[in-house]
Design a protein around this ligand. Sequence first.
Ligand code: AHG
Ligand code: MN
Ligand code: MN
Length: 325
Amino acid sequence: MKDVMNLTRFILEEQKAYPEAYGELTNLLLDIIFAAKIISREVNKAGLIDILGSIGKKNIHQDEVQKLDVYAQEVFEKILLHTGHISGLASEEKDDIIPVPPGYHKGKYILIFDPLDGSSNINVNVSVGSIFAIYHKISKGADADVSDFLQKGKNQVAAGYVIYGSSTMFVYTTGKGVHSFTLDPTIGEFILTEKNITIPKKSKYFSVNEGYYHLWDDATKKIVSHFKGQYSGRHIGSLVADFHRNLLTGGVHLNPPTSERPEGKLRLLYEGAPLALIIEQAGGSASDGKQNVLDIKPTDIHQRTPLFIGSKNDVKMIEETYAKK
Ligand code: AHG
Ligand code: MN
Ligand code: MN
């Protein structure tokens, strides 16, 4: 029988490379995995219970908040805030950073997350995801402060995502390669699917929302025309799903600036930086059109960024085209 590796054992074995480690990062990852299983269960039965649809409010990014956004947010908070592995959270769905409640131990990490990515797609049964990033707490006091969350992406200790698709997968990196695991719902375990994933050098797909064509500058139009001649188009509109497909099959995803949103649409902390670390670990790259996303120093926890992410050659061509404009 082939060796079957589950995610918990994989993480524990990774930790052995650091004999001085106390297991705090391992435990934090296990908390996130637990949250992922609960959210996965709820996403899968969303059509059956009264958990589809919007709550009739908008979040700080002016996105319509879905019931499952609220649910996923609560799961992350309930699981992460009380286990002593972090000293604070920041979420795409919350205006401010979330401190650990009084009376609970504060850990040496902070966690940043997008509880449910692509949530506008949930009502039509399209894949959605959760994205997370872990950093060391760098401020002095016991509680995390905003400076802990405004670190460059290259300071990430770990990053990952969960994709709730035709199966649920957990994909993560601690800076030593990217690994994927598939949830076997009958036993509630994530099982190793692929170790050390690398993005194929030759791209197959480009992915962009062309509905914004009339709001693009000439350089963006030129870039997209270039890809149209070479690759097949695939666009889901759930970042995690678009990213995941390109990671496995080779390709590039574009979320360019528009005249209405020159600052871009995607969020640097919750979406751009974690996926940038993953793609870099898989041999690809991520840019805002000018620089590596991992080198951007955030000034606001809800800052947006243009995002071009995928195969290195494609991202390089995009940067070169913008540089010439
Ligand atoms: P979220 O559901 O977390 O707010 O993210 C939505 C994002 C992302 O998943 C997707 O790539 C992008 O919004 C799509 O935006 P447009 O529909 O404007 O292209
Ligand atoms: Mn998102
Ligand atoms: Mn979201």
